[in-house]
Design a protein around this ligand. Sequence first.
Ligand code: S6P
Ligand code: ZN
Length: 193
Amino acid sequence: MIPYSIPSITFDPITGTINGVQPQDRKLSDLKGYFIDSNAYNARLALDNPVIYSVASVEPDQGDGQLHYGIGVIAPGQVGAEYFMTKGHFHAWRPAAEVYIGLSGEGFMLLEEETTGKETLLPLNAQHIVYVPGATAHRTINTGSVPLVYIGIYPSAAGHDYGVIAERNFNSVLVNVNGQSTLVKRDRFSIAS
Ligand code: S6P
Ligand code: ZN
């Protein structure tokens, strides 16, 4: 028997659009306090308030064993030397892992383990897969010149905990130093670098 009640879903790997799904936009003004160069942030916000990223989420069902997924699109650009990026979060249900798959564009995922603080920076380009273990903060960063498009697949019970990162941010920042994506400890970053 063919399960007609399960819809066929199509998406565009370049625009990140999922047919029939309205994305949620995160604008520059939603990211107050996330970028390290607050002067550059304020200067840009005085000019305009672009969409930094958007996420189209699909939540077919809730309960044990169920999965949700979302396609994220991060615009190309920088605030000062720091590339456009997501807020980043832990999962509210800490054991929940996630699989990211790059669809188009160029970028990275910054992972930070909660208990050890261990950081890992992994490329997220088309055809790259990144496994995010449980209890690991994750942020997606566009270092390219076109939108970075990716899909993230996670347990329906994962939830989002933005609080820890909103409070203290990641320990490192990914910045453009003379055209090179460079990971710098937050407390060693200087605006002139
Ligand atoms: C959800 C998953 C992604 C992010 C998206 C936006 O668990 O990790 O769909 O929600 O990349 O990032 P953020 O940090 O604003 O949720
Ligand atoms: Zn997540």
